[in-house]
Design a binder for this molecule. Structure first.
Ligand SMILES: [Zn+2]
Length: 330
């Protein structure tokens, strides 16, 4: 598929290469310039082709650290097949530390399948779907809570009816062994990277790793080790750190609590907490109206808190909690 994006990396070549996707960008300060999106290819003989991506949302840093570490430390003889590594997928957003691109306000994970001649974010989405996923067997898209949410480390699997990758997703769940795992149903018609993966017949794996606009202590190692074990499980690498000892919990439905009023959000539960239907979830304090009682919000179903909102100021419609529901018994 044609694209206005060119690359300094030859994806057909064996060996380790680092370079850039070059997205032409003509602006006042640079008439014939390009946006340099960092990329690496580690290719060693027969094996699966795996696209490893972070910085889909620019303010989600854990995956960026994990993938830049992987590029620096993985040796070629550990690889089977090919790893294509995109540590700052929406580079303008990642460089600015923002969820969306400052160039076009584009949210990359709402932009698939993108457009060859669209805005920078649309062009990146188009390239990922039609050039990189076109070659891939697996997609690992490493998200976190970003600036507005904080997650208990969670593995996410987007599945569809008759999902051909369900068995391998369960193997990856065991190998990754994050504290929480959520399976949710999606169609392949969407604008997420997982929908793009469905369209290309690629097995996709997503994470939500902490967040809060920062990198949490120990998190890059916890999730980086899990990523390596997952790559070992699918035959893409030959070695990985020992498995985690603690068993995770798995959920098959998701829920949310949204702010119903503007004000100051006081959470009454934390990520990782078990909650019951009818239990108080949050108070929204109406500080600007002296004497007014806070609004009390409640959980609607039993579950475990995957993530809570980080900033205290809220408006109606803000997501306060992301919840895993319907625990799967293993
Ligand atoms: Zn994200």
């Amino acid at each position: 598929m044609s694209s206005l994006i060119s690359t300094t990396v030859d994806f057909d070549k064996e060996g380790i290469q680092t370079g850039y996707l070059q997205l032409l960008h003509s602006v006042h300060r640079s008439a014939y310039g390009f946006i340099p999106i960092p990329i690496a290819s580690l290719k060693n003989g027969e094996g699966p082709t795996v696209l490893l991506m972070a910085g889909n949302h620019g303010d989600e840093y854990e995956g960026q650290v994990i993938l830049s570490t992987l590029i620096r430390t993985l040796s070629l003889n550990q690889v089977r097949g090919q790893l294509i590594v995109l540590p700052m997928a929406n580079f303008p957003a990642a460089e600015a530390g923002l969820r969306t691109s400052p160039l076009d306000q584009g949210n990359l994970n709402r932009s698939f399948p993108g457009s060859e001649t669209g805005t920078p974010t649309q062009q990146i989405a188009h390239y990922i779907e039609n050039t990189l996923l076109e070659r891939a067997d697996f997609l690992f898209d490493l998200h976190s809570g970003g600036s507005s949410l904080f997650y208990k480390p969670t593995l996410l699997f987007s599945i569809k009816e008759g999902d051909p990758h369900l068995a391998v997703k369960r193997e990856i769940e065991k190998a990754f062994s994050l504290p929480l795992t959520l399976y949710f149903e999606r169609s392949d018609a969407g604008t997420f990277s997982s929908a793009a993966a469905f369209r290309k017949g690629v097995c996709s794996i997503l994470t939500e790793l902490a967040g809060g606009g920062a990198v949490s202590k120990g998190l890059p190692k916890l999730a980086g080790d899990g990523l390596m074990r997952s790559l070992l499980a699918i035959g893409a690498v030959t070695t990985a750190p020992a498995p985690a000892k603690t068993a995770g919990r798995t959920f098959t439905e998701e829920g949310s609590v949204f702010a119903t009023e503007p004000g100051v959000f006081e959470p009454l539960a934390d990520p990782g907490d078990d909650v019951k239907a009818g239990q108080p979830a949050a108070l929204i304090h109406r500080v600007e109206t002296p004497g007014r009682e806070p609004v009390e919000l409640f959980f609607e179903a039993d579950g475990v808190i995957l993530a809570k909102r980080q900033p205290a100021r809220v408006v109606r419609g803000d997501c306060l909690f992301h919840i895993g529901q319907k625990e799967a018994r293993s």
